[in-house]
Each structure stands twice: as structure tokens, then as C-alpha cells.
Design a protein around this ligand. Structure first.
Ligand code: MG
Length: 408
């Protein structure tokens, strides 16, 4: 069996999805996702210029050898752009392998460990009243877990994950008006003064059953993060996400000494080596890696197994930048993983998105039901894809009031 060709498509409804399609001499094809949010053209170029010419003629069943060829063969290892490109190839090869086996992908990992996977939605509000309305919107649909982000009074601009316009149920924070980012102003003191009380009021309003998650988005220093975690302990959060920038991994020891709030980190990681210290030293409770820019299924499965050894559970990244292809790959891992925790799920089930990526995967009452169709269980309509192309966009860049650049 041989790979005969591959194509990269960039575009989608309101998103620049980077979709890889690998063709074989037996008519079977595989699909992968290399979408690196706000830098989409870079993994696409890596795939087109370097990887695809090297895939032609290779046996697609040898996914491990191909992964090692790409990773070790590049000499310059790791990094989100390369790992997103390798990840797309790897997801597509697993899709081909499962189609050859005539099985849904999860069967190749060891079968299902659960009937459905818990997911969480994002609720945001420009103020607490609007946030409570939006949490109610998700709770009414049966969601059991919601990430909550609230506008902070007197913050010069809206905080992370909070939109300034009325479309507060949407979390699409990319601005497609051009490549130059808008500036967002951040004030840690105002956040620290307001947010613990806001979280306490949300807990009081919704009672003990709702799983409440909150994302700090790397904005605090280690001391501030420890103080914040301590102050929100009575709220019984499901997790506190990215309290500090994760480059300084020993900083988490300080937080751990002061609080038992569950910590989730890893959405910007792209390698098992980024996760190793945090997992082996029990500095986190959930690992937030994603198949999209962490080398695909082959590499992420190794991270899940390492996490399992240390009682760390999965909480895969699932921002709107992940296409239904990588979300399907994660759905199969979620069905299998003995240490599954929760899945972030924000792919909006729009008519346009469903037409581009047809599948039988289902979300109902805050639970994700993986499809039993063979392979990844998601297809890609090339005719439909002709409607879309790359649109330049950017995330905001964050500054403090005195102009200092801060962590996005
Ligand atoms: Mg996050």
C-alpha cells in the first residue's frame, strides 16, 4: 500500500481550518487537521513544501515510522508549527488505518471505556448578570460543566474571553479585519478584587451540582495565582485553568503549597517534554494538550499514558480553532482513555460547518457521543471547500495601562 498524493485546504465558515487529505493507491483516503489559530498559513506551507513530497510512495500503515521520520528527521524538533503539520499527517494515517481495519478508530486504541464523554461550554458576560443569563442558557441545554468568564468593572477593555459586542454567546475572538491585532488593556488588581466574589455568586446562584471552570489565561504571577487559588477554594471549581504562564513550571509548586484547587494547563504545549515536569511532579490535575498541534494521535496518546501514571486526567483543548477532524480524533481518544477527565467543546454545529465536515458524531445534554462509523467518522466535502479561502485575522495583544506588553 502506498501514499499517492496529498492536498492541503485552508478555509472554512468563519475559520481558517487547515485540512489535510492523504490519498492512497487503494482508494482509501485519510483526513487530518493542522489548524494553528492565527498562524494557519505556516503549517500549511510546512505540509506543502516539505512533508507531502516526502510522503509520496510511503506505506501509510507505518504511521510510527512516518512520525519518527518527520520528527527526528527535521533535526530542529518540536514547536507548534512543525508539530501541527506532523499532527495532521498522523491523524490522517490513523484514519486510513482504521478504515483498512473497517473499524471506528477507538477500537484500535483498546475500545470504549465509556458510553459518552463529558464536555464543557464557554459562558461569557460583559457583567455578572449577563454571565448568569448565559450560564443558564447552557444549563437549560443540559450542560453539566461550563467555563465562566466575566467582564471586570472599570477594566479599561473587556477581559479575556469576554466580547465587547452583544454576541456574548460566541467565543470567536479572532478579529478578521486584518493581520494587525487590536490592543486589550489588562489590570490584575481589578481582576483579583472582583473575580473571586463573582465566582462565589455564580456558585450560590446555580448550587453545588454545576461544574464551574475558570480560565485565568496566563495573566497572574506565581504569588498572585496562589493568592487567587486560595481565595476561590470555597467555590469548589472543577478547575482553574492556566493560572500562570507555564514556561516557568516550578512556579506551580508555590501555588500547590497554598491551595488544593484543581489546576489545568497545557493548551499551548506541543510536546510530551512540555508536560513531563508538571505531570511527574503532580503540579497539575488536568493536561490540556491537543492532537492538533501536539504531533497528532501517536504523540498525544503517549502523553495521556504518562498522565495516567500520575493520576492526571485529560482535558483536551477544544477552542473554535479546532476543526471537526481533530475534534473527532479527540472524541475517539476520549472514548478510550482510562484517565479521561473532560473535553472543551466549541465547534458550533452550524449548517455550513456540518456541510463541509459531514459526520454522525453527536452532542446531547452536555455529553459527546462518538460515532461508530469507520475511521475518524468525519468526512470532508471538497466541493463545499471551494466556497472558502484564507482570511487574515488576529487575536488581540494585551498591554498593561502603562503600555507594558502582557500575556495573552
Ligand atoms: Mg484556555
Amino acid at each position: 500500500m502506498k501514499i499517492t498524493g496529498a492536498k492541503v485546504f485552508v478555509g472554512g465558515p468563519g475559520k481558517n481550518y487547515v485540512t489535510l487529505k492523504i490519498y492512497t493507491d487503494q482508494g482509501i483516503y485519510g483526513l487530518g487537521d493542522a489548524t494553528l489559530n492565527n498562524r494557519e498559513t505556516l503549517p500549511a506551507s510546512y505540509l506543502r513544501d516539505y512533508i507531502i513530497p516526502n510522503l509520496i510512495g510511503k506505506d501509510p500503515r507505518n504511521s510510527e515510522d512516518i512520525w519518527q521520520f518527520l520528527y527526528r528527521g527535521a533535526y530542529f524538533r518540536r514547536g507548534p508549527i512543525a508539530m501541527a503539520a506532523f499532527g495532521a499527517v498522523d491523524i490522517a494515517l490513523w484514519d486510513i488505518k482504521a478504515k483498512l481495519a473497517n473499524m471506528p478508530l477507538y477500537q484500535l486504541f483498546g475500545g470504549k471505556s465509556r458510553d459518552s464523554a463529558l464536555v464543557y461550554a464557554h459562558a461569557t458576560g460583559s457583567d455578572l448578570e449577563q454571565l448568569i443569563d448565559n450560564i443558564t442558557f447552557y444549563k437549560d441545554q443540559g450542560y453539566k460543566a461550563v467555563r465562566v468568564q466575566c467582564g471586570i468593572p472599570d477594566m479599561p477593555t473587556a477581559g479575556y474571553g469576554v466580547r465587547e459586542d452583544d454576541d456574548s454567546k460566541s467565543d470567536f475572538i479572532t478579529d478578521f479585519s486584518g493581520i494587525k491585532p487590536k490592543i486589550e488593556i489588562w489590570d490584575t488588581e481589578r481582576y483579583m478584587r472582583y473575580m473571586p466574589d463573582a465566582l462565589a455568586r455564580i456558585r450560590e446562584h446555580f448550587g453545588p451540582e454545576l461544574k464551574i471552570l475558570h480560565d485565568v489565561h496566563h495573566r497572574l504571577t506565581p504569588r498572585e495565582a496562589a493568592a487567587f487559588a486560595k481565595s476561590v477554594e470555597p467555590v469548589s471549581l472543577f478547575w482553574l485553568e492556566d493560572p500562570t504562564p507555564a514556561e516557568d513550571q516550578n512556579a506551580l509548586q508555590f501555588l500547590r503549597q497554598h491551595s488544593t484547587v484543581p489546576i489545568a494547563i497545557g493548551e499551548v504545549f506541543n510536546s510530551i517534554y512540555d508536560c513531563q515536569h508538571l505531570i511527574e511532579n503532580n503540579l497539575i490535575d488536568y493536561i490540556r494538550i491537543a492532537v492538533t498541534y501536539a504531533g497528532g494521535i501517536t504523540h498525544v496518546k503517549r502523553i495521556v499514558d504518562l498522565a495516567g501514571l500520575h493520576n492526571v486526567r485529560t482535558g483536551f483543548h477544544g477552542a473554535p480553532s479546532h476543526s471537526p477532524i481533530s475534534m473527532a480524533a479527540q472524541a475517539h481518544l476520549n472514548a478510550w482513555a482510562p484517565n479521561f477527565g473532560i473535553q472543551e467543546y466549541l465547534v458550533l454545529g452550524t449548517k455550513e460547518c456540518d456541510a463541509l465536515f459531514p459526520s454522525q458524531h453527536k452532542l446531547a445534554s452536555g455529553l459527546f457521543y462518538v460515532s461508530d462509523d469507520i475511521g475518524l467518522g468525519v468526512d470532508f466535502d471538497e466541493k463545499e471547500a471551494e466556497k472558502y479561502s484564507y482570511v487574515a485575522g488576529s487575536h488581540p495583544v494585551v498591554r498593561l495601562e502603562d503600555g507594558t506588553v502582557w500575556n495573552y
